[in-house]
Design a protein. Sequence first.
Length: 454
Amino acid sequence: MKSIIFGKFGGLALVVALLLFGLAQITDLVEQRQTQHANAVSSVAQSLAGSQTLLGPLVQMSCTEEWTTAGEKTPVVQKREFPRVLAPASLALAGTSQVEPRARGLHATQVFTLKSHITAQWPDLNFAPSERQHADSRLQCGPATLMLAVTDARGIRQADLWVNGVAQPVQAGTQHAAYSHGVQAGLSASTRLGEALKVEFELELLGTESLNVVPLGSATQISMTSNWPHPSFVGQFLPSQRQVSDKGFESTWRVSALASSAQQAVLKQEPLCGNAAMPVYSAARAEAATPGNACVENLGISFIDPINTYSLSDRATKYGLLFIALTFVAVGLFEFMRGLRVHPVQYFLVGAAISIFFLLLVSLSEHMVFAGAYAIAASACVLLLGYYASHMLHSWKRGLPFAGGIAVLYGLLYVLLQLEQTAMVVGAIALFIVLAAVMALTRKVDWYARLQIA
């Protein structure tokens, strides 16, 4: 008898090892599909435009400092070039973003088109005194220009400019060493540095998944509306007001320079890192986004689909071993309490059906909504296991409750996948209930007598 029992446990151990190997292969497959999805998103961004961070408008001057040093034979003239920038006293942006999916094969990402009206005002154009790095140096500055920078200039579809109510042509590029992508326009000779300046931009900007704005003004107000119903507000500043519905969202930010280091960061030419959670599409941005490198503060929105089928599938597969263990416990209880004999091969087939569920879930969710894919995969496995268990346990009266228990497990897993903050406590309570039920069912069992190992 002992040899039979030990042989049974040895067979079950082999079955569990095989099933763990299968689950590991399915997990690797999910990770591969996640990588393919990320590559597809990157491909769309490289073809259109990546995530966008908007900086400006700014007034800048390109300056040169020259000084003379003593050489071995003759004096040597050296120079350095640097920008002088002036942030606006007030900055207002009112924009509407239209979001639509773009796909590469089975993998889709969200592409937005921003249509915005930007207003910036300066009380005067008196720059702060430049600090000379060398005594008796010669300082020369070029004419003042306006600049508006973005992280990916390929997304600029239209840019119209008015300076003090007069239309001005814009040119590509900014002539700024750190923020070179964008548009610029020279201020007319009639613009006086001591007078107020009002600048208005009509900007249409295309981007992928994330839109960020640098709160550059001494007082910044940003109003945004969109048809996207699942906004994720990112950056260092959350909206002061927001309304989210199934038709989209409306949000408003109000940021003071007293609460933001954006102006100082721009003077230091710190990089525009955008949303750190978004993909990086260039080596320069990858270097800027590495931990330890300071970035210009921003606020913004991520247009990522909250129902990420691959992340949900990955979370589901992590429950695979628990599912198999609970199913084996259920089969074992039927076998033990009813005096049945279930072969390890039958345990393996039951576990294989549980494992196939996760593979079905991943494959179906690439072609339909996750809830529908989950319902189809779970229903198929419940029907299969109910049919097989009715023959394995020699009765429909045993097979149907077994199938019902499996259906409850799938329902519980779906609930856990929808929960983020409370998934652990719900899972722990469910396991406690299962353990309590097993203990209650076996509370009067004489294990020595049943196993005949006295």
